[in-house]
Design a protein around this ligand. Structure first.
Ligand SMILES: Cc1ncc(COP(=O)(O)O)c(C=O)c1O
Length: 464
């Protein structure tokens, strides 16, 4: 018989209280830093969302190296969050640190391409397969720029996305799909609304963006058939609402439908770069019109890139050449700077190697097995969804097939208790869901620490 989830939730509530007190006892220095940072930073942190981790006060970090980081109170942690993918290849990988150190005395930014530019273009093509590239500073910006290009080359305005999507803070994709009438059985009939949590949004985003459920080709076709869509923007698997994998042939179906109706297919591989070297699309032999990569591609320094086909390059040039001179709305001054190019080159050629991925995938496979065994041992009705080096613990037995199912499986109390219990024992998971990444230097010892702590936590959660 499975463990009673009401009892687990009650235990989680109690555990949370105890772990919050435990955390405060462990972190006098972080408490002090939080107080002094609060004098000049809103919520006491450089970015307001850094205050949203489930800790009573933010954890201040002293340094990070490889799989580990040390907090202000001198406690060493094993990282499975890796800056939510930004440090997926480990903290401060040596070749990147060296490249940065070398570049540091040779200039940071000049608003001109550095002599390394051709090598970086070549490395992007070698790794991800597409022949042409442009850079941006964040994946958010890369998505924003690609959307602009897509509208410019197709002459269409609308964007199709999936319910539960997140592509950074690009406004156009900040929509939700709501089912107005609870008796409605076909989730494809949901209504698109501007995401309620957005601050300061003046525009009704649903005018030009529509969200449909992931893994629903019929809903996609119904929209694309209107001929109004410039593009469909999606991750190959949804990774920001828990994790939802594509069903067999779903992405292939998207490729066929976008081509059939003259819309462009944009694959945002910012997170699915965990799948294999070169990302999900390359591993699954799908060629999108645009491919976006960000976060770890310069070892964790702000950098992103978008790739496109030969044909798309021709269409982009035609759109640019026929526009009046002036601002294109695409570009930021510091993107593609000398320092970023150096870091990106070192990451792509020396860090994100075939050997690194072999290790990450093998260990992530092992971690999946070990987590499944733990879940079984404690008779928890939970599951693991994995995409290469990325794993998600979900509070449902079968992996969800759309965002609504993923949301239905969430339980903030249990999640909060697990995260804080693990953190108080030196193991960091990704906040806001239960994601774990394995990096090129994660060891079996690191997995053992996670599993032992997770088992101890599960014991606390399941006792009568
Ligand atoms: C799939 C995806 N695309 C884009 C982004 C935006 O990345 P950034 O915050 O670095 O702009 C994110 C951020 O989490 C993401 O998950």
């Amino acid at each position: 018989m499975k463990s009673d989830i009401q009892q687990v939730t009650l235990n989680a509530e109690r555990l949370l209280v105890a772990e919050r007190e435990h955390y405060l006892r462990l972190h006098p220095r972080s408490i002090k830093l939080s107080k002094s940072a609060s004098q000049h930073f809103l919520y006491g942190v450089p970015m307001h969302w850094m205050n949203d981790w489930g800790t009573p006060v933010p954890l201040f970090v002293q340094q990070a190296q490889g799989v580990h980081f040390t907090c202000a109170d001198g406690i060493v942690y094993t990282d499975f969050c890796f800056g939510d993918t930004g440090a997926m290849f480990g903290h401060s990988p040596e070749p990147v640190a060296k490249a940065i150190a070398t570049q540091a005395s040779r200039g940071f930014t000049v608003m001109l391409p550095s002599t390394l530019a051709p090598n970086v273009g070549e490395a992007l093509t070698e790794q991800f397969g597409l022949p042409y590239w442009q850079l941006a500073t964040t994946a958010t910006d890369a998505n924003r720029f690609v959307l602009r290009w897509a509208r410019a080359v197709t002459g269409r305005k609308k964007l199709l996305v999936f319910d539960g999507c997140y592509h950074g803070t690009i406004d156009d994709a900040m929509v939700d799909m709501t089912i107005g009438d609870e008796t409605m059985v076909d989730v494809g009939d949901g209504k698109t609304t501007t995401r309620a949590s957005l601050l300061g949004q003046a525009h009704d985003l649903s005018l030009y963006t529509v969200a449909v459920p992931f893994n629903d080709l019929a809903a996609v076709e119904r929209e694309l058939a209107t001929g109004e869509y410039a593009c469909l923007l999606t991750e190959p698997a949804l990774t920001n609402c828990g994790m939802v994998l594509p069903e067999d042939r779903f992405i292939k179906g998207l490729r066929a439908l976008t081509t059939k109706y003259g819309s462009l297919l944009i694959l945002d591989e910012t997170h699915t770069i965990s799948t294999a070297r070169g990302g999900w699309a390359k591993a699954n032999k799908i060629t999108p019109d645009f491919l976006v990569v960000g976060k770890p591609i310069a070892g964790g320094l702000p950098a992103a890139a978008y790739g496109f086909s030969d044909n798309m390059a021709t269409r982009m040039k035609a759109a640019k050449d026929s526009a009046p001179p002036g601002h294109s709305g695409i570009g930021t001054t510091l993107s593609g700077n000398m320092m970023t190019l150096a870091a990106m080159h070192a990451t792509l050629t020396e860090v994100a190697t075939g050997g690194a991925y072999s290790h990450m995938l093998a260990l992530a496979g092992l971690l999946e097995q070990q987590l499944r065994t733990s879940i079984k041992t404690y008779r928890l009705p939970w599951g693991i969804t994995r995409l290469g080096a990325r794993l998600e613990l979900q509070f449902c037995e079968k992996s969800p097939t759309n965002a609504q199912q993923a949301r239905d499986a969430q339980n903030d109390t249990i999640e909060g208790a697990i995260h804080l219990y693990l953190l108080n024992r030196g193991v960091l998971l990704t906040p806001f869901h239960n994601m774990m990444l394995v990096c090129p230097t994660t060891s079996r010892e690191d997995l053992k620490k996670l599993i032992q702590t997770f088992n101890a936590c599960s014991k606390e959660l399941t006792h009568d």
